[in-house]
Write a protein that binds this ligand. Structure first.
Ligand code: AMP
Ligand code: MG
Length: 361
């Protein structure tokens, strides 16, 4: 509790201001909230610069503040989701009150540091696992997000699994099989770089892929059924101690164009560009539509989706760190206490070790 108070006071001192208007009532039956990017309030920016100058040490973010900041990204169960230019709810260019990458630097460093701290306790407690699911269009920054957000955690406590086109062996199993095999164990954080959601995204945009899946009989209502199966599976995992964090990095079509051009122009980035990526871009609208349906049908109380603004890579990383940190704060893992008998044994051993030292001196 003392630490908690200090932490809270600390937050008040150099607080991360949140503009009012962060949450606006949804319009037209849309109950997911996300403000369009607004010009930052200059007074709050000035305040932040002062705070940074006074206090270069990082400032812990409180759970209450985090919750407020990530609320606009969370998709309510069964919400009608619209993506793209006419979206009222989700703006890929949103950046909270931050203007530049440098502005967000301290906040990101702090988020990363806190993630490391919570992960150490998660591992020690070894009761819950955290499964982070990352979905996005090409060039949205999945890899960079993983690299930055996890830079402060013990590598021993994290697994990252990229899911590519399924192998022949994988296709000989039910479609959730290969994802089940890669789930993180208790105490660790597992990242799925792409996930079982590809089964209702790429496979939906290219239904001919179903032909490779050796499915029994006629598949009626297959997408609706898969949504239900995915929700059931995730509920089972949640009930059994897997905390599921779902992130959709929401990139605009214009920003993808810029990043593709960059990958073509920069020789050192050529390897990141795949000719097939350009073909998928041609199906942009189909993908957006498939994503809208996925977000709407599979955002649940026990495994909600977050639509992360991704046109500014630095903001996507910051938002991702907040969302994962929020999940860890919900779990609030504790270092296990040893039982009195073991504790008494430890003190006995301590006495012997101390005596050994005295002998030598
Ligand atoms: P990347 O993540 O950009 O390296 O590419 C991985 C590729 O694998 C993407 O083009 C995905 O669409 C594809 N992929 C991932 N999961 C599946 C799946 N279940 N079925 C078909 N293709 C998939
Ligand atoms: Mg790719």
């Amino acid at each position: 509790p003392v630490e908690h108070q200090r932490h809270r006071a600390h937050c008040r001192g150099t607080r991360l201001p949140h503009k009012d208007g962060l949450q606006r009532p949804g319009a037209g039956g849309v109950d997911v909230l996300h403000p369009r990017a607004q010009a930052p309030d200059p007074s709050s920016v000035a305040l932040r610069h002062d705070a940074q100058m006074e206090n270069t040490a990082s400032t812990p973010v409180s759970h209450a503040d985090l919750r407020k900041r990530i609320a606009p990204f969370r998709v309510k169960p069964r919400a009608v989701v619209r993506l793209g230019d006419d979206s009222k709810d989700f703006d890929p260019g949103y950046r909270d009150q931050f203007v530049t990458r440098a502005d967000a630097g301290l906040a990101l460093a702090e988020g990363v540091r806190q993630l490391g701290e919570y992960q150490a306790r998660l591992a020690a407690q070894s009761t819950y696992a955290v499964l982070v699911i990352l979905q996005a269009m090409d060039a949205a920054g999945k890899d960079g997000t993983i690299k930055h957000v996890l830079s402060g955690v013990n590598p021993q406590g994290v697994t990252v699994h990229p899911f590519k086109v399924p192998s022949l062996i994988e296709l000989q199993h039910d479609y959730l099989w290969r994802y089940q095999l890669q789930l993180p164990e208790r105490g660790s954080i597992g990242i799925f770089n792409r996930s079982h959601y590809e089964e209702v995204l790429v496979v939906r945009v290219h239904p001919e892929l179903l032909g490779n899946e050796h499915l029994p009989g006629a598949q009626t209502d297959i997408w609706k059924r898969r949504f239900r199966e995915i929700n059931d599976w995730e509920r089972y995992l949640a009930d059994n101690g897997v905390r599921i964090v779902k992130l959709f990095l929401n990139l605009s079509k214009q920003e993808q164009r810029r990043r593709f051009l960059d990958r073509i122009d920069e020789p050192d980035k050529n390897w990141k560009f795949n000719v097939a990526d350009a073909l998928e871009r041609e199906r942009w609208d189909d993908y957006q539509h498939a994503y809208e349906e996925v977000l709407s049908a599979t955002s649940t109380k026990y495994a909600p989706w977050h639509v992360v603004p991704a046109d500014h890579k630095w903001f996507a990383r910051l938002a991702a760190s907040w969302i994962i940190l929020d999940a860890l704060m919900d779990i609030d893992p504790k270092y296990p206490k040893v039982d009195p008998q073991t504790r008494a044994k430890m003190l006995e051993i301590k006495e012997r070790l101390l005596a050994e030292g005295r002998h030598r001196e």
